[in-house]
Design a protein around this ligand. Structure first.
Ligand SMILES: [Zn+2]
Length: 278
């Protein structure tokens, strides 16, 4: 299985020369199976770059099919949706799976994003592709082609987001972004369960450890929280992601180096770029 980060920035997209190496787009991760099937996690602004690549394939002819799972519907995780060009080609089939936000439905939330006061698209029904919105309950297990996806709710400020354990072709990728544990220094049992033995754990690392005190309660993790989960779950590799929009490339390098010095778990800062082998 291959994996590519199309967006690793948290909260809002950044541009500028200090953000070029890690990238300024918000969350979007592509998993690509040997069979050619894809699973996309989140449609942040990084999805617009993924879209360009897809439009060089069968998606340009209306023959593409894509499974998408959404961790939650905060803007930085869905902002690429109105600009995701495979939606504009008739015949493409795109399935969006996500939990209903508290007090509303996933479909209504995504419809709102395309309402006339936000977008000229004026609704999901105006997208040429066949788009299905498929809600799940956290805790559900989904079989999406070759991808077996376990889901769980994890705390995110006053709400929660969905974390994923994705198994395919004998490999495991766990996605734990937009999470803040009640005690970031203690391994959270639900998080450890999802990440147990994973080949790759992708974890929220929005805050430098020394800044976390001022940012507590914002729904994101200090770098050390991901390391704690990675060690407890005995993962093979840890990718730190959801970089703060304030964090320059050099600052992220520093956070990664300090984290590497604190643990034996191999880890790196997630960056937009090439496909990785999982
Ligand atoms: Zn986010």
């Amino acid at each position: 299985m291959k994996l590519r980060f199309w967006g690793v920035r948290g909260s809002f997209a950044m541009s500028g020369k200090e953000f070029l190496r890690y990238g300024g787009n918000t969350t979007c991760v592509e998993l690509l199976a040997a069979s050619g099937q894809r699973l996309v996690i989140d449609l942040g602004t990084g999805a617009t770059e993924l879209a360009k690549q897809l439009m060089a394939t069968e998606f340009a002819r209306g023959k593409g099919e894509l499974q998408v799972v959404l961790s939650h519907t905060h803007l930085d995780h869905i902002q690429g949706l109105p600009f995701f060009t495979p939606f504009f080609v008739e015949g493409n089939r795109i399935h969006i799976h996500g939990a209903d936000p508290a007090g509303t439905s996933l479909e209504r939330t995504l419809q709102n994003q395309l309402a006339p006061y936000y977008s000229p698209l004026e609704g999901l029904e105006n997208l040429a592709a066949e788009v299905s919105i498929q809600p799940f309950q956290p805790g559900d297990k989904l079989q999406l082609g070759v991808f077996k996806v376990s889901t769980a709710a994890v705390p995110h400020a006053t709400m929660w987001t969905t974390a994923f354990r994705i198994e395919a072709e004998g490999k495991v990728v766990t996605f734990l972004s937009d999470v803040e544990y009640p005690d970031p220094t203690a391994p959270d049992p639900a998080a450890v369960g999802l990440a147990l033995g994973a080949d790759l754990l992708i974890h929220d690392a929005m805050h430098a450890d020394e800044e976390y005190g001022m940012r507590r309660g914002w729904g994101h993790s200090p770098v050390a929280a991901g390391v704690t989960v990675a060690e407890a779950a005995m993962v093979k590799r840890l990718a730190l992601t959801h970089h703060s929009p304030d964090a320059t490339d050099d600052q992220i390098d520093g956070m990664v180096e300090r984290a590497q010095a604190s643990t034996k778990v191999p880890l790196f800062g997630a960056a937009e770029g090439a496909y990785l082998d999982v």
